[in-house]
Design a protein around this ligand. Structure first.
Ligand SMILES: C[S@@+](CC[C@H](N)C(=O)[O-])C[C@H]1O[C@@H](n2cnc3c(N)ncnc32)[C@H](O)[C@@H]1O
Length: 287
């Protein structure tokens, strides 16, 4: 089927059990790079001025694009690392339901304030530990169509910054929380192990053929390890029975500042993108 034949089939295909998109919309949603420059003030910022108390809030519009592809209207979405609720806001905007979990009461309070400000329905937000997902009745009430989440980036936020940030007096670490339970406060390899355990638990709550869609970004390489966290997450999940890695999309955030890292001596990457890793869940009998 080529681009033109998609043009002539504007209605969703009746065989499509995944989403409500037309062929044309489906095609557009396949591009491997999503480039955005979302506003950080005004109505189109979705209360960014409130959500910015979090070190890494995700734009609801970006999450909405993923929610539209990986669920139908009325679908049910889990975010075990909800932050200030980017996924929940996207679901409310798109007519989906969702449950979020985060360790920090202050993030839950911020999400509640954002819902009031934007006049959006407030979806269930559990202040709790993602490692104990199955203990929360809001989470286990019914199976999910999608797990859409943005876990910590190993210990990236919890480390003091060096180089150009330090020169500019912005070297302070910005951990998500001070809790020991915060996966962002673990070392790289412990982080990967704990993340796998959370996701395996979450997959037990996902409908067959549902998707796990996970944001991540890489750390700077060191002599000891390449630190391509996206690759290590895929590797860590490789032998979860029933889970298939389907590929990734890259989110290029054009609103990120550039810093002259390494100048004038050596190459140091300015990371203005994140990886969106996509997995499909097809458990076999007994799993
Ligand atoms: C990258 S942020 C998510 C940001 C979110 N996408 C948003 O739009 O605000 C990761 C979140 O994971 C939370 N977190 C870390 N460890 C956790 C755990 N064990 N259980 C629940 N939440 C946890 C942190 O508090 C942090 O808010």
């Amino acid at each position: 089927m080529n681009d033109e034949s998609l043009e002539s089939t504007p209605a969703p295909d009746p065989r499509n059990k995944l989403n409500d998109l037309t062929g044309r919309e489906w095609l557009y949603a396949l591009r491997s790079v999503i480039t955005t420059r979302y506003p950080t003030s005004g109505a189109e910022s979705y209360a960014h001025e409130l959500r910015r108390i979090h070190p890494s809030p995700k734009p609801p519009q970006l999450l909405a694009e993923l929610v539209r592809f990986f669920t139908k209207t009325g679908g049910h979405v889990l975010d075990p690392f909800a932050g200030v609720g980017g996924t929940l806001l996207a679901c409310a905007l798109e007519g989906r339901t969702a449950v979020g979990v985060d360790l920090a009461q202050r993030y839950a309070d911020c999400y509640a304030e954002v819902c009031t400000t934007l006049d959006l329905p407030r979806l269930p937000f559990v202040v709790g530990d993602a490692r104990r997902l199955t203990e929360y009745p809001e989470v286990t009430a019914r199976l999910f169509d999608l797990i859409l989440t943005d876990p910590p980036y190993a210990q990236m936020q919890a480390k003091e910054k060096t180089g150009e940030h330090k020169k500019r007096g912005r070297s302070a670490a910005t951990p998500f929380t001070d809790f020991d339970a915060d996966l962002g406060n673990l070392d790289y390899w412990d982080f990967l192990r704990e993340l796998r355990a959370v996701l395996v638990q979450a997959l037990g709550l996902l409908k067959p053929y549902g998707h796990l869609v996970l944001f991540t970004k890489d750390l700077q390489p060191t002599p000891a390890h390449h630190n391509m966290l996206h690759a290590d997450i895929v590797q860590e999940l490789r032998n979860v029975a029933g889970l298939t890695f389907r590929g990734y999309r890259i989110w290029h955030d054009q609103s990120q500042n550039l810093y002259p890292f390494g100048y004038p001596f050596a190459f140091v990457s300015n990371q203005v993108h994140q990886f969106i890793l996509i997995f499909r869940w097809t458990p076999t009998e007994g799993e």
